[in-house]
Design a protein around this ligand. Sequence first.
Ligand SMILES: Cc1ncc(COP(=O)(O)O)c(C=O)c1O
Length: 409
Amino acid sequence: MDAITSTRPLDRLADFPAIPGGWAYLDSAATAQKPRPVIDAIARAYGETYATVHRGVYQRSAEMTLAFEASRRRTAEFVGAAAAEEIVFVRGATEGINLVARSAFENRDSPYFLRPGDRIMLSMLEHHSNIVPWQLIAERSGARIDVAPLTGDGRIDLDAMAAMLTDRHRLVALAHVSNVLGSVLDARRAADLAHAAGALLLLDGCQAVPRMPVDVAALDCDFYVFSGHKLYGPTGIGVLWARGELLDAMPPWQGGGAMIEKVTFDRTTYAPPPARFEAGTPHVVGVIGLHAAIDYVAGIGLDAIAAHEDALVRETRDALSSLNSVRLFGPDDGAGIVSFAVEGVHPHDVGTILDESRVAIRAGHHCAQPLMAHLGVAATARASFGVYNGRADVEALVRGIERVTRIFG
Ligand SMILES: Cc1ncc(COP(=O)(O)O)c(C=O)c1O
């Protein structure tokens, strides 16, 4: 293999105590490893400053509430929200999408609720999290789902989508970055197309937020969701951003403590957003850890992270395309993610042999079975990058794949 020379190093490996020397962790699209500042923030929140939020009358709880709401403001600033109240803390992207589906589109008290014959536009490359919630409510409402096709190199084909959109479409829901192909959506154009048809646009930002600057105002989308654990933060915490007037009009989706204004057995009234959508004791420490994660990536700079991962993707694709036995999926300029297949070898075997060489990749359908069917494969192998990866990881991956091809002849 030729030496790989052009990676722009971020040199952040030392921040990540769970990545031992010589281990190439190439599964950040599934979940990112945690940097020391995030681990420390979580340890401090449980070990020194812990209390519940919003309810306590004592000093500790008041301080934790301030920290909790500071995280909401930081998150709002991070994604370009107009106000902290537009940030709803959820368990993850999956819960954020289900919240929008159930509250905005299924509930009859919502101005956006779906009627029989209404349509939802998805795409062929969506994660199951951005398919199944819509199928569940389509079945119940009589709405129909359309699927935008992909271009030959694996992008959502917005020209084709434009031709498919009708005035019965109420929602377009698309991945900002594909978790399998790395393809980056022209989100602004998707917003223009959705809005021209009278539909709202939801962006699944799970794979975009860790890899590129995101500004929901510039994208002109209506809903944006992401998961903290893919952004170097804790599991169990995620974010739904929605335009303020949408949240104002959306009814509650789960009932319980913290989301009410007044409860009587005759009639209950609800708190304004975001509390209306945050029933029960929240993931207090997750929210604190998310703040630390946002500070961490912002401290590096999302532009620098994007440039770093672009270089790693380019080098990986260049090196793998020189191996005859390897088939690459997706566009050459995918963000941080490279899916591939080794001819005649099941991706699980590729993953197992790479693991023997201390290279951790994901092998499987990546929760995107319709995309696998479209690609004509049951599974792919996927390498995905983070701020801790560098040239040595790409070289280890390529050496490992060369070993796979030797073993399988
Ligand atoms: C594009 C995309 N959407 C949604 C999800 C679901 O995220 P979570 O399981 O954190 O809710 C993932 C996670 O793999 C993803 O990559």
